[in-house]
Write a protein that binds this ligand. Structure first.
Ligand code: SAM
Ligand code: SF4
Length: 331
């Protein structure tokens, strides 16, 4: 599957719910949002059908996200269904890990390969102030369980001036003591994220170099995604930086998204895409017609986001700017 700018699309991120058991301040309003009705979100059978079609079109990697994917009942059944699809080489999940410890073994047996755990602070009070819940203990248990069942594990942290500036060295130090990569992701001005100020990767790299010692740049792994990794002296894991704002990586973007209500989405910044649920529930639509609609939509994947320069979108794209929160889009 190739778009009009020549990018090969082989990575699908699937949001399985807009619901979440945390309220990270840059992601969801504290009062929550009106959740989708159960009948409005795609069933596992519908998601699996989309995955089969997409795998035939060249999708090799799938990531399950949300909202919080582990609040969706029976999530292991969906992983099992995707795991057996020919062509899908890897299934990963992005999770806040609060519910991970009791489910880790079952998820592994179902075919999940990797988990990315979101963790913005290691001080329990700061964690609770960011997420609205005193749940750091559960997250730590989730991390240990993920490592002990043998998942590839990465930690994702969003540095935010107002929320966790004083926590970032401690979060980075997880990679000092454990064989886990810790990645810092620049805050994007999406939904509630617009109210906060992110911290750039450059500023953090400078701070970590002064504090932990001069790092060596780690070689990029082929198809390894947009993170730039560094090896710090004495660290077991690497420190990565994902810099959608200061170093846009749109030119090598290989991903598309399926939202919980079945919208096929081409870029985080724009609403453009197609309502796949309509096709899936029509009853008469053949897979071939859905394939055709997806291929046509992919051709028009926006060339780049314009988060760093609001208002500079192409006129045709301006009305199309995504206004929803990350939990609704699928982060
Ligand atoms: N609930 C799961 C979790 O937190 O890992 C999965 C969904 S969450 C929306 C996915 C990721 O998006 C999290 O790592 C979160 O920190 C990140 N995120 C949310 N809002 C963001 C924003 N405005 N800019 C950058 N990352 C954001
Ligand atoms: Fe929930 Fe993840 Fe958003 Fe936090 S970042 S509120 S855990 S969806």
């Amino acid at each position: 599957m190739t778009d009009n700018t020549g990018r090969v699309i082989d990575y699908l991120r699937i949001s399985v719910t807009d619901k979440c058991n945390l309220r990270c301040r840059y992601c969801m309003p504290p009062e929550g949002v009106t959740s989708l009705r159960h009948e409005d979100i795609l069933s596992f059978e519908e998601i699996t059908r989309v995955c089969k079609i997409m795998a035939r079109l060249g999708i090799k990697k799938v990531r399950i996200t949300g909202g919080e994917p582990l609040v969706r009942k029976d999530i292991c059944r969906l992983i099992e269904g995707i795991h057996v699809i020919p062509g899908i080489e890897e299934i990963a999940m992005t999770t806040n890990a609060t519910l991970l410890a009791p489910l880790a073994g079952e998820l592994k047996r179902a075919g999940l390969d990797r988990v990315n755990i979101s963790l913005d602070a290691l001080d329990p009070l700061v964690f609770a102030a960011i997420t609205g819940r005193d749940a750091l203990g559960e997250v730590k248990e989730g991390l240990s369980a993920a490592l002990s069942v043998g998942f590839g594990v990465k930690i994702n942290c969003v540095p935010c001036r107002e929320l966790n500036e004083g926590e970032l060295r401690r979060v980075a130090a997880i990679a000092q003591n454990q064989p886990v990569d810790v990645r810092f992701i620049e805050l994007m001005p999406i939904g509630c994220g617009k109210q906060f100020h992110g911290i750039s990767s450059g500023e953090l790299l400078k701070d970590f170099s002064a504090f932990f010692g001069e790092p060596r740049e780690a070689p990029a792994s082929p198809g390894g995604g947009p993170a730039c990794y560094y090896n710090f002296p004495g660290f077991q894991g690497r420190i990565g930086f994902i810099s959608p704002i200061s170093h846009k990586f749109c030119k090598s973007c290989n991903r598309v998204r399926l939202t919980a209500e079945g919208r096929f989405k081409l870029c985080l910044h724009y609403e453009s895409g197609i309502d796949l649920r309509k096709y899936l529930r029509d009853g008469r639509t053949e897979d071939a017609q859905i394939e055709e609609a997806i291929l046509e939509a992919v051709k028009n994947k926006p060339a780049a986001h314009h988060f760093e320069s609001p208002g500079e979108e192409m006129p045709s794209e301006r009305e199309n700017v995504e206004e929803r929160n990350m939990n609704q889009i699928g982060g």
